[in-house]
Write a protein that binds this ligand. Structure first.
Ligand code: SF4
Length: 417
């Protein structure tokens, strides 16, 4: 889960493609992690603690102390416990299945793996390994809920698999690696199996040469989807040029864009927006933290709204001069769906809240053809819209039209309407 090496497995989808990126990101490596990363650390700590306790590697007292600490954290929510419990249950399901076939199957958790045979200074921490018979399992908990992450050809897991294989192949006849990404908040479990021979071939022909370049900060800058999480995407020339290609589009000479041209622009819109936001964020970050000045811009304090220093004191003051509670308090309101699910946990939410949910129809939105949702029928929509027309408004408009036509014959009454 956490990687502190310069060529970290978690950034390998970038430095294996854009080799100079790791050194470019180096100055930002020690920045304080955001809430999402901290949440992930808490979830991993809980999971590791529960697994170790079930394996009798730590005492109940040790477990209770750690759990109490996590529960006291500002980012802890009961739903985290539920997700972690499900993940731990999954791990033991896999482990017990392995034990059925191989009674000396091993379950190893949060173990550092050494990648230096292929990646200079390379290491990483693997969430869970299960070694049984000829198969090495690598299981990675991803606690994020923003972007689904697939295990298929996942470079981070392939590096974890490589390091783990190198460590254990002396003791076990490992032939295949089975990698899993467990992402509970997106209900996603993805798997990928690769023969060891293919993994080693990839390590030799791709990882070794590219890691060598990356460690020295050499090679070509190569921009693409992998730039989305790059810490320097806001100042990187390669990604700027990549995105600005859009502006150099060779448009047809006609006054209006063709459907194909619009389609091409839309297909790059997300990447473009994400890059623009990255430039903005980086400029602000560097201006605030490094005093870097961008010509034509300055840092100012954002607008803020007045707020109560103490709601209790304001209420007490108003109640003391005769206002009632219904005068000064809002009616009770339920938490939003996600916060409520966070409080109740998935099971109780499913049992007591889900049957009472309705899903209003969404607004039409453009999506690529690969989107799984069925296509919206614009013809049907027009009919539906017509069905909703307020006839009284329609009739009133007809009456106005009639009076206006009449008024042309008589006297000018347009200023009456
Ligand atoms: S933004 Fe993209 S091209 Fe630039 S350094 Fe990062 S990964 Fe490489």
């Amino acid at each position: 889960m956490s990687d502190h090496a310069i060529l970290s497995p978690s950034a390998s989808s970038r430095w294996l493609v854009c080799t100079p990126s790791a050194r470019m990101e180096e100055p930002y490596r020690d920045e304080k992690p955001g809430d999402a990363a901290e949440e992930g650390t808490l979830a991993h700590l809980l999971a590791d603690t529960f697994i170790k306790y079930r394996l009798k590697r730590i005492s109940k007292l040790d477990m209770d102390v750690i759990v109490k600490g996590v529960e006291a954290h500002r980012l802890y929510m009961p739903a985290m416990r539920k997700h972690v419990d499900d993940y731990v249950a999954y791990i033991f399901e896999q482990y017990n299945t392995a034990l059925v076939h191989t009674n000396d199957a091993q379950l190893i958790t949060e173990e550092k793996t050494d990648l230096r045979a292929y990646v200079p200074d390379g290491d990483g921490t693997v969430d869970v390994k299960i070694i049984a018979d000829t198969t090495l399992r690598i299981i990675d908990l991803k606690f994020g809920k923003g972007v689904p992450v697939s295990a298929v050809e996942n470079k981070q897991l392939m590096l974890y698999a490589l390091g783990s294989y190198l460590e254990y192949n002396f003791m076990y006849d490992i032939q295949n690696v089975h990698m899993t990404i467990y992402q509970p908040r997106l209900d996603s479990v993805t798997n990928y199996i690769i023969p060891v021979a293919d993994l080693l071939e990839w390590a030799e022909s791709v990882v070794k040469p590219r890691a060598k370049l990356a460690f020295k900060g050499q090679g070509d800058f190569v921009a693409g989807d992998h730039c989305n999480f790059c810490k320097v995407k806001g100042t990187c020339r390669a990604v700027a040029e990549y995105n600005l290609e859009l502006a150099k589009f060779e448009f047809a000479a006609a006054h209006q864009l063709t459907d194909l041209e619009i389609s091409d622009i839309l297909s790059r819109a997300e990447q473009f927006k994400s890059w623009l936001k990255g430039v903005e964020d980086q400029a602000l970050h560097d201006a605030v933290n490094k005093g870097r000045k961008v010509p034509g811009y300055k840092v100012v304090m954002g607008k803020s709204n007045r707020k109560y220093s103490s709601e209790d004191k304001v209420a007490a003051a108003l109640l003391s001069i005769g206002y009632t509670e219904s005068d000064i308090y809002k009616p009770k309101a339920l938490l939003g769906l996600q916060d409520l699910e966070g409080k109740t946990g998935k099971d109780e939410f499913a049992k007591f809240v889900a049957p009472l949910l309705i899903k209003p129809q969404g607004q039409p939105t453009l999506a690529p053809l690969t989107d799984e949702r069925p296509e919206y029928s614009t013809k049907g929509a027009a009919q539906a819209d017509f069905a909703n027309v307020d006839l009284s408004e329609h009739l009133a408009a007809e009456q106005v039209k009639t009076i206006r036509q009449k008024s042309k014959k008589d006297t000018d009454v347009s200023n009456l309407f």
